[in-house]
Design a protein around this ligand. Structure first.
Ligand SMILES: NC(=O)c1ccc[n+]([C@@H]2O[C@H](COP(=O)([O-])OP(=O)(O)OC[C@H]3O[C@@H](n4cnc5c(N)ncnc54)[C@H](OP(=O)(O)O)[C@@H]3O)[C@@H](O)[C@H]2O)c1
Length: 294
């Protein structure tokens, strides 16, 4: 049996654990900060990844073949005001995990973000230079830099964008839209920002393959390019809700603390090629979710 350790039990971590429990050939370990009562039959270790000694000690004790780091401070506006903590979690935490993986020879998959880009270009490939415009993006870029500095070949960094799925852990943008439209409530959705939402069910399959096929380096894992407004319209269309409930608004009308990049769409051709997959369109993914919900 191979040992896989999933760090962070948020939206992505939860779906990864669920996926690995379905596969027979893995022994699953969870490393998390707080207990929300999920997966009570799985071995869980409670650690804050900013505690260098403890996180390294636990990983060393488990001695996993594969470590997947999904733990992060993901609230973009909070990162703007709680800068020290954001840096400790998103940059230093990633570094500690990378260092111990290198020491014990574990393969590490680290999740990063499209927000490392300034959003002026769009359709970003792995070769494009980064230039974050908010502190969250900066701390995630620093996490990548510190991992790259380790010069350890068994690291894969996967950049994702607005992940969506039905999650019992966190209400994501898609779930918010679905819930509001289902209740016939109007929503205001941004029309002038674009990204490539990552379908989480597809992402977790990709992360399994990354280890199985020993794929290291940087990978973009997005999907189809849309504005949030376009995305909401697709939700209404697939689930049969009233599109007129969705009102377009411009980003300047939002009262955000952190700046948001305009177009951080990711070009995921490298991932499609290396993992031998064809990423679903948003409608295909939404239809799949609709079937799961039935
Ligand atoms: N969500 C997005 O829109 C988005 C977009 C692009 C990239 N990403 C990246 O995708 C990854 C996973 O995101 P997600 O959506 O699954 O995030 P999430 O739902 O916010 O989950 C993050 C998890 O990290 C844990 N965590 C935070 N600080 C920690 C610490 N100091 N020590 C240990 N655990 C800690 C949280 O624990 P608690 O529950 O105790 O807080 C939570 O379980 C992150 O790397 C994120 O940067 C996310």
């Amino acid at each position: 049996m191979e040992k896989v350790a999933v760090i962070g039990l948020g939206m992505i971590g939860y779906e990864l654990v669920k996926k690995y429990l379905e596969l027979d050939d893995y022994d699953v370990y969870i490393i998390t900060r707080s207990d929300k009562g999920f997966f009570n039959d799985v071995k869980k270790y409670f650690v804050d990844i900013t505690n260098e000694y403890k996180i390294k000690e636990i990983i060393k004790k488990i001695n996993p073949d594969y470590v997947i780091n999904t733990a992060a401070m993901t609230n973009v506006d909070l990162c703007e005001t709680e800068r020290d903590l954001a840096y400790k979690i998103n940059a230093l935490g990633a570094k500690y995990i990378g260092e111990i993986c290198k020491e014990i020879g574990s393969f590490l998959c680290h999740i990063s973000t499209d927000y490392v880009f300034d959003g002026n270009k769009g359709n970003y490939t792995e070769k494009d230079p980064i230039n974050p415009i908010n502190y969250y993006g900066y701390t995630k870029a620093e996490g990548e830099r510190l991992l790259n500095e380790l010069d350890y070949e068994l690291i894969s960094i996967v950049r994702i964008s607005v992940p969506y799925c039905i999650s019992p852990v966190k209400v994501n943008f898609f779930m918010w839209v679905l819930e509001r439209l289902k209740n016939n409530e109007p929503i205001s959705v941004i029309i002038d920002q674009w990204n490539t939402p990552t379908y989480v069910n597809e992402l977790v399959e990709g992360i399994v393959k990354i280890y199985e096929q020993n794929i290291n380096g940087l990978l973009h894992f997005g999907g189809e390019k849309v504005s949030r407004y376009d995305f909401a319209l697709k939700v209404a269309e697939v689930f049969g809700f009233d599109k007129s409930l969705i009102k377009p608004i411009k980003s300047f009308e939002m009262n955000w603390k952190a700046k948001r990049p305009k177009d951080t769409s990711l070009n995921s051709k490298k991932a499609e090629k290396l993992l031998n997959i064809k990423l679903k369109t948003i409608k295909e993914a939404l239809k799949e979710i609709e079937k799961i919900l039935k």
